[in-house]
Design a protein around this ligand. Sequence first.
Ligand code: ZN
Length: 138
Amino acid sequence: MFEKIAHIGIAVKHMDRAMELFTKLFNVKPRRLEEVWNEKVKTALFEFNGTSIELLEATSPDSSVAKFLEKRGEGVHHISFEVDDIQKEIERLKTLGFQLVNESPRQGADDYLVAFLHPRSTNGVLIEISQKRVPANS
Ligand code: ZN
């Protein structure tokens, strides 16, 4: 089940400058900076009043964010939706004919499991579905 927007991802070329700009804009500091190794990105998350905005900077030229910046420039990169059961949603969306970039969930930022839908099958919008990972020892 889709529950709510988890965050909106914005691709930036220079994280330092972008963080400064969005800190001024939102009048809050980012809650955290994180490097997501398997996605080759650095992320900064701004949170206020239930809204989350994620800045993304590529850490390698073969990162998907680097390719996005090359093709489309800086701007809105993806919309992330929180789901209750990511594996179930992947199966459901596949059955409906949506193209998945990831057929099994991957480790995303902030201890979320994530999967992306190919923008080819979603009107040009890169959609991420994400599920908060339940700690193994709980
Ligand atoms: Zn995201």
